[in-house]
Design a protein around this ligand. Structure first.
Ligand SMILES: Nc1ncnc2c1ncn2[C@@H]1O[C@H](COP(=O)(O)OP(=O)(O)OP(=O)(O)O)[C@@H](O)[C@H]1O
Length: 321
């Protein structure tokens, strides 16, 4: 008779490739509504950018997902399991990197990793192998025996991320991991995230830096005042909410060139931004006009939609630090 392996006897229940389903999460602190019906779902292997200004509700959402904060109502399911009641069972699938550094300053980086690894039940030679692996990923192997209190903020952050990886989570949640760190650490963190995501780890990456979302994420949620204002693949959001426009600069253009398909013209630098849904046609007419009227065109280009404009469109305000 065939014997069943442990994995066959205790399969992880994965209904489809939905890793996380969050439905109608609400949370108030006193009179402050921190979350108002937050709903989203994540497919396996997504790198999900959680974008919003300070106070938008990103940390509260993440803390609910990790069981640190309890929602007033709503539901979160990881691999189909209720995250609010099965907290301990769920914990082994999640790696959480909070905004605050949670390391022992007087212990070495290595001993910190031993502590966190053992807390997740990893031990012995397996733990040693995994520590060597995460140290290599963070680029801090040669500092392993140094006390954490001698590290820069960026190095501490990298060790903090390493600590969240020792139990090999399937979902990694990072809460603003690059705030106030040096560019070298930021690059290391980006490389780590890309590598983990490439290995199939689903990532939730919270930030208020648009360019980080553009560089790392394939899915984006824009959060403001406790609500998800827009959500979807990055390209789709840019297409749907981003401004389509042409920039033209020529000394002869003291006023914006008129065109029936330009919905709005505005001065930018020494040129003009012409907003239009018909970029191709307007561009052709501008080229023809420039040739006919002998404009000395310094610059003529299509303006790429940016996440900044998407944010402005969906929230009505610019995203500031
Ligand atoms: N423990 C708490 N007690 C009272 N109010 C809180 C608490 N935690 C968060 N809030 C409030 O809830 C709202 C959402 O905060 P949250 O920290 O989730 O936002 P965030 O998007 O993560 O912002 P940040 O980038 O500053 O971390 C804010 O108005 C915040 O002041």
């Amino acid at each position: 008779m065939d014997t069943l392996s442990s994995a066959q006897r205790n399969p992880v229940e994965v209904p489809d490739d939905t890793v996380l389903q969050v439905t109608n999460l609400r949370k108030t602190y006193g009179k402050k509504q921190a979350l108002d019906n937050v709903t989203f779902s994540l497919q396996a292997g997504t790198c999900f950018g959680f974008l919003g200004p300070n106070g938008a509700g990103k940390s509260t959402t993440m803390k609910i997902l990790t069981g640190i904060v309890k929602a007033d109502s709503g539901e979160a399911r990881l691999f189909g399991q209720d995250m609010t009641t099965d907290t301990e069972r769920i914990a082994r699938y999640i790696g959480y990197v909070p905004q605050e550094i949670t390391l022992y300053e007087k212990l070495s980086a290595y001993d910190n990793l031993v502590f966190f690894g053992e807390a997740y039940g990893v031990r012995g030679s397996e733990l040693k192998r995994r520590i060597a692996d995460v140290l290599d990923k963070t680029g801090l192997t040669d500092r392993a025996q140094d006390e954490v209190q001698t590290f820069s903020g960026g190095m501490k952050r990298r060790i903090n991320i390493a600590a969240a990886l020792l139990h090999r989570p399937k979902l990694l949640i990072l809460d603003e991991p690059t705030v106030g760190i040096d560019p070298q650490s930021r690059n290391h963190i980006f490389e780590m995230i890309r590598e983990l995501n490439g290995q199939g780890v689903t990532i939730i990456y919270s930030t208020h830096y648009m360019e980080e979302v553009e560089a790392l994420c394939d899915q984006v949620a824009i959060m403001d005042q406790g609500a998800v204002k827009a959500i979807g693949p990055l390209g789709e959001l840019l297409e749907r909410y981003g401004r389509k426009a042409i920039y033209i600069e020529a000394p002869e253009l003291t006023a914006a060139p008129s065109d029936p398909d330009v919905s709005r013209a505005s001065r930018e630098g020494s040129g003009w931004i012409l907003e239009t849904d018909r970029v191709g046609e307007v561009m052709q007419r501008l080229l023809a006009a420039a040739a006919e009227r002998h404009w000395d065109v310094k610059q003529l280009e299509v303006v790429r939609p940016s996440l900044e404009q998407v944010f402005l469109t969906v929230t009505g305000t610019a995203l500031r630090d």
